[in-house]
Design a protein around this ligand. Sequence first.
Ligand SMILES: [Fe+2]
Length: 283
Amino acid sequence: MSGAPLTRRGMIRTLVGAGVAAPVLGVYTWQIAPHWLEIVERGLAIRHLPDPLIGKKLVQISDLHIGPQVDDNYLLDCFRRVRELAPEIVVYTGDFISRYYDYAVRVERMFPHLPLGSLATCGILGNHDYGLNCIEQKVASHVASAAAQAGIVVLRNKISEVAGLQIVGMDDFWAGRFLPGLALRGLDRQRAAIVLSHNPDTVDCAGWNGYEGWILAGHTHGGQCKPPFLPPPILPVKNRRYVAGEYPLTGGRSLYINRGVGHLIQARFNVRPEITVFQLTKA
Ligand SMILES: [Fe+2]
């Protein structure tokens, strides 16, 4: 079947349209979408949740990538919006920074502004918090101690308890520090718990020792750029099923992947940055 022949006027109209659309799409992808934060509100049903925590807000912040690639004022505005939500619990799921020669200056400047929960704030490290090639232990120690100084309980394969809710923090997978056996040692399975693990691929690893419940992750940035109806072409995970949002898993576990606040490359298309506000309920 052949279509109507393209007239000269039609061709000019098409070219002019494309000439206008390309720069508009470029500005959207480069300047608008990377800073168009979405506050995603949803429930989080947790088994054995203590009654005083029912209805409380747990905010997940991920992948800030504090560094030259992400505008400080954009991040400060995101922090202000979290403070306005007055969350009881805040969790950071890794990649506080992007390693750059002046990262220490940026940590000093930005970390005091990180929003905290009124009850508790916990955080874990991501691959970028381990510096170049995920092997710079000095960088990770620096980020962890600055976060602690800012009021965040940094969990490196450890558990922290908040009003009867056990928060398990896994250390980073790509840095070779993901040790679920160590992190889950001491977990009371008869009481409420959630797990923080930066890289979603960790859910497919062995060592979860019968843990049942939510795992909050980041790392993928939702792929940052996604054509409509198609998966994102670039995704830093082995299991390309893990992009963003909720995934039921085997063994009574569920995964939530936050799309992150920052970026490494300032480009997002059809994948807005995200801060998640979970309202806690009893499963
Ligand atoms: Fe990241």
